[in-house]
Design a protein around this ligand. Sequence first.
Ligand code: CAA
Length: 240
Amino acid sequence: MSKVALVTGGSRGIGAAIAVALKSAGYTVAANYAGNDEAAAKFTAETGIKTYKWNVADYDASKAGIAQVEADLGPIEIVIANAGITRDAPFHKMTPEQWHQVIDTNLTGVFNTVHPIWPGMRERKFGRVVVISSINGQKGQFAQVNYAATKAGDLGIVKSLAQEGARAGITANAICPGYIATEMVMAVPEKVRESIIAGIPAGRLGEPEEIARCVVFLVSDDAGFINGSTISANGAQFFV
Ligand code: CAA
């Protein structure tokens, strides 16, 4: 029986590439999505990967959605907390609503996703948690006080989970993608995007598949001693 993997935000962008790569590597994959039914239906038609709709910002909805995935496919042994949003604005213009939307989805959403799955991983003495953070959690970013706070928070989450899970055969790691060619980055004004790309030594945006390949490695049995770490994949834009 192949291991079951859940990818949140898994029907578009980096999440979709992760879901497809995990399926290709032999895992049974469930892709969560929040709202875009059309994109989810298209994704399932193209890939054969089942999609499940719930809002990761809602604990009860996450718990119920995860229970449904496990009833359909079996216990989740691999979880990729990828779902994330941006609500960019310079700090003096950032509204409390923009702050809370990003915190609720990107940070509390990681708690809501991993918390219901964690007890089963502990019981079975195996688990793989990968949280998709960001270069902007490492370096900060103009107009992203909210987003950078959540992505830095992800690093604290995995370092703590790693210590708690290590003896139970669970690893928790973060990936910090740089600027990747997804709708999220394409939404940045063109002029700003051009100046961002000019600052990437690789001279290009990353591809979602380049992040997906990191995930496939981190969830493999071969990566069992890599725990609490952060993998940067950013074309040499920033070093920690
Ligand atoms: N550094 C310094 N100054 C900057 C800047 C930057 N990176 N970006 C914009 N500014 C300056 C502008 O030059 C302008 O200055 P002036 O007022 O002197 O002309 C000012 O900030 C813009 O002020 P506005 O009041 O016009 O700003 P706005 O309210 O219209 O907001 C913005 C515009 C939201 C900042 C927009 O420029 C933007 O979206 N920037 C991109 C932010 C960004 O990089 N987000 C990352 C998204 S991708 C992602 O998040 C994925 C990932 O993990 C990597």
